[in-house]
Design a protein around this ligand. Structure first.
Ligand code: BG6
Length: 457
């Protein structure tokens, strides 16, 4: 059979492959979304036999796949997987890889770089040297570079082998159901569409709280920290969808343009004492492989403004942290109040519960003319049918990449803007000598963050 397509997973024995990619590809197989001869080439350095690897994959898929695990379905899925042992840092091994592709008649490629960013260029060079005849796409995990300059170098290197429209920058937040829903909620409802601006909105609060700590990712996380790990990519992408202008046309190009315009209108933060709170959870320094004098933030909260007519004077707040009281990601839109009545509140609940909450005022039953806040609370993920029909983020994004739908991927010009914002912020933080606070594990985070705004929940 000629002209097969394969996805090649660099980092095939890593956490991301086991927890996310193999289960996602299993789901796509079960749902009949992959061609019969579609192959999954898993690259690893360890000396696993094919059947040893399949046994490992089976355990992970069983635990993490969204669709019901079925032995027969898994056996059919396993037929697609080929474990290929090579050292991705050794250029000559790519010659072997190319020979293998030729032998298998694999000519259409999706390369997935599920490895640390420091390997991206090495892999690209190996592919360039031996595999340049291929029709290829590449999916790259965040963080794209470690700062603006390194991101630029990386982009230039990738450009030697891939065209810009072949590079898919994955940001798994863009694959989450309720993040996808932001545009529908904003633009398909007259009650929100007409009032989504400075005249009616008091502030916007974006929160991504996690209960997990640094875990086994010390070597990556300690060099990164909350600003680079969560804010630069996931949370600025969410902000761009919440605040952008309505895309002029249908399709990914227009959405990307609106997101880019919004990100390029972010006002650099000038005074970090007033607008940024950075903190580290107690016990972080005792975590495995964390240097005893680490100053890395595991929590960040910031206030920023968007420099355009729609949002003049409206503060946007972002906060994220590890080892907090509960896992909760949400966007809160706090509307202005009418007179002395409380302002309406819209909450887009992203995870773990997916849904929409809206709070408004009504008369309290009784003879007195008193007000009370009442609410509508829609839990989308409480409905079994919705759980069954909602693809997991990686499943949605892999499927989109295979179909060349770029809407769910961040674009290079957006990455430049968000790095610019975050790099300037970090430089100010260092220059102005702002403190690194601490917070108790399992708490709501540092109390200093409460000075930024009255957080809604
Ligand atoms: C990753 C970060 O991109 O997102 C992690 O590197 C973080 O540090 C994770 O824990 C959060 O993803 P989710 O989907 O659990 O919110």
């Amino acid at each position: 059979m000629k002209n097969k397509t394969a996805i090649t997973l660099f980092g095939g024995t890593g956490d991301l492959t086991y927890r996310k990619l193999l289960p996602a590809l299993y789901n796509l197989t079960v749902l009949g979304k992959l061609a019969d001869d579609f192959k999954i080439v898993v690259i690893g350095r360890r000396a696993y036999t094919q059947s040893e690897y399949i046994d490992i994959a089976r355990t992970w898929v069983k635990e993490y796949a969204r669709t019901k695990f079925d032995d027969e379905q898994f056996d059919a899925y396993a037929e697609r997987i080929i474990y290929f042992k090579m050292d991705m840092t050794n250029e000559d091994d790519y010659e072997m890889l190319q020979a293998f592709y030729a032998e298998q008649d694999i000519q259409n490629h999706v390369y997935y770089f599920a490895v640390a960013p420091s390997f991206f260029i090495t892999i690209t060079n190996g592919l360039k040297k031996y595999c340049s005849e291929n029709n290829a796409k590449v999916i790259i995990e965040k963080p794209f570079g470690e700062d603006l300059e390194k991101a630029g170098i990386l982009n230039d290197e990738l450009a030697k082998f891939f065209n810009q429209d072949e590079i898919y920058h994955i940001d798994h937040y863009l694959g989450k159901e309720m993040i996808q829903n932001i545009l529908s909620l904003r633009f398909e409802n007259i009650i929100f569409k007409g009032i989504w601006n400075k005249d009616f909105i008091e502030n916007v609060q974006i929160t991504a709280a996690e209960t997990v700590g640094v875990g086994t990712r010390a070597s990556y996380y300690d060099k990164s920290g909350a600003l680079k790990d969560m804010v630069q990519n996931h949370l600025l992408q969410v902000l761009s969808l919440v605040a952008m202008e309505e895309p002029k046309e249908e399709g990914s190009r227009s959405i990307h343009e609106s997101q880019y315009n919004l990100l390029s209108a972010l006002k650099p933060i000038e005074d970090v004492h007033e607008s940024l709170v950075m903190a580290q959870y107690e016990g972080y320094l005792q975590e495995q492989n964390i240097p005893a004098d680490s100053k890395t933030e595991t929590y960040a909260a910031l206030k920023l403004f968007v420099d355009n007519e729609r949002w003049e004077g409206v503060p946007f707040f972002i906060r994220t942290g590890k080892k907090l009281e509960k896992r909760e990601t949400q966007v809160v839109v706090q509307f202005k109040s009418v007179g002395t009545s409380p302002g309406n509140v819209l909450i887009i609940k992203i995870q773990p519960e997916e849904g929409v909450y809206f709070q408004f005022n009504a008369k309290k039953p009784g003879t007195e003319q008193e007000l009370q806040p009442i609410s509508l609370d829609f839990c989308q993920s409480c409905i079994l049918e919705n759980i069954v029909n909602t693809p997991e983020a990686y499943e949605r994004l892999l499927d989109a990449c295979f179909r060349e739908d770029r809407a769910l991927f961040s674009q290079w010009n957006q990455i430049v803007e968000s790095w610019t914002f975050v790099n300037k912020l970090i430089a100010k933080y260092e220059e102005q000598g702002s403190p690194l606070y601490t917070y108790e594990q399992g708490s709501k985070g540092p109390k200093e963050a409460d000075n930024l705004v009255d957080w809604v929940k």
